[in-house]
Design a protein around this ligand. Structure first.
Ligand code: SF4
Length: 377
């Protein structure tokens, strides 16, 4: 079982908080799709006949690609890979609400895409304007309804809390709106001020004020309270899903499943080596035919494998699978992990289950960074 991640490095405009790799030079799209297909043909043999269970178009804004361009990429994957044609195959497209006009949604129905991840971030119009989103709250709602009416009901939405100027009441309102839309999956992230972004500069100039600790905690508690009462499962620190609608692609990252990342800035993992394509569209497009695209890679040591396990598995509600850790990495790492976890287990901040898993409690999610640091090698 394996996955494919496709990085689409184009956005109509840049949002104030975002440090993902993308460009607004949409004129390069056709060349990008050609180069991407060449990279796919060159690299799909790395998966050595493993069945592709998930395909994820992320970005950037994948919905800046036309239906024909998406179709071309999917055809290219089909021609070169062993697809798992079971009904369970998950193909996700990240989209921005302003791209999902009627005609585009109808076009999506002609493709095998069966999951849409919508970047909405907030249903509070002044906040959307402040951070440079190109849609209003109503346009986001209309986009969700348009998808649902067309039969594309497996919808995830992204929300951000702690945006400047947003009050607890505004956040509460956004959560109520999200729940009322009946979407299957909600990802909710606490805003971070990333150096180099417009929002970071606004903070430096005193034009944007980070929320305080108390509001952070209240926002997270409200998030859990509202989504759990609405029937969502909190299955990863930032991810909530209705039963049977966990993101299979993202879950495979947390379980260490191999995947290849195609496109500038995309990361890959084969169980031993991490590889990342350089975040440079110009260099990517200049790759000579028959050659691999510009990238770097590192082979993980056993210690790094252990750290990787801690960071990814502790994020999930199932937690660290200590039996698997013992089988894969041996007694040394197993006992080191339990030894570091002991004070947290003693204080009730980590739960050691009967089936030998170690997971965070709802309260200790708020200190998860510190817990992870203490468990690392
Ligand atoms: S948040 Fe999404 S749309 Fe905005 S700049 Fe980042 S990748 Fe582009």
């Amino acid at each position: 079982m394996a996955g494919i991640y496709i990085h689409v490095p184009f956005c109509q405009s840049r949002c104030a908080y975002c440090d993902f790799y993308s460009t607004t030079l949409l004129t390069h799209r056709a060349m990008y799709v050609d180069t991407l297909c060449r990279e796919l043909r060159h690299r799909l043999p790395e998966l050595q006949g493993q069945k592709i269970e998930t395909i994820y178009f992320g970005g950037g804004t994948p919905s800046t690609l036309t239906i024909d361009e998406l179709s071309k990429i999917l055809r290219c994957i089909k021609e070169s890979a062993t697809l798992n044609n079971s009904i369970n195959q998950e193909i996700t497209l990240e989209a921005n609400p302003d791209d999902l006009k009627d005609e585009y949604v109808q076009g999506l129905l002609t493709l095998p895409i069966n999951r849409i991840s919508l970047g909405i971030q907030s249903f509070h119009n002044p906040t959307l304007r402040l951070v440079g989103r190109r849609h209003t709250a109503q346009e986001a709602i209309d986009a969700v309804l348009r998808l649902q009416q067309a039969g594309l009901t497996n919808i995830s939405i992204d929300l951000i809390y702690g945006l400047p100027g947003e009050t607890i009441d505004d956040w509460s309102y956004s959560l109520d709106q999200a729940i009322s839309l009946g979407v299957k999956h909600i990802s909710a992230y606490h805003l971070t001020y990333e150096e180099g972004t417009r929002l970071w500069r606004m903070k430096e100039l005193g034009l944007a004020q980070p929320i305080d600790e108390e509001q952070s905690v209240l926002s997270f508690e409200l998030l859990r309270e509202k989504l759990l009462s609405a029937g969502y499962e909190h299955y990863e620190i930032s991810n909530f899903a209705q039963p049977d609608y966990h993101s299979r692609h993202n879950s495979s990252y947390w379980q260490g499943t191999p995947y290849i990342g195609i496109g500038p800035g995309a990361h890959s993992y084969d169980g031993h080596t991490r590889r990342w394509n350089l975040s440079d569209l110009t260099a990517y497009l200049a790759t000579p035919h028959g050659e691999d695209v510009p990238h770097e890679e590192e082979h993980l040591t056993e210690d790094e494998h252990y750290d990787e396990r801690i960071i990814t598995e502790l994020r999930t509600s199932q937690g660290i699978d200590l039996n698997k850790l013992l089988t894969d990495l041996g007694e040394r790492y197993h006992s080191y992990c339990l030894q570091c976890a002991a004070p947290y287990i003693h204080r009730g901040q980590l739960i050691h289950t009967h089936d030998n898993h170690l997971h965070l409690t709802p309260e200790s999610i708020l200190i998860s960074d510190a817990v992870m640091r203490d468990l690392l090698w």
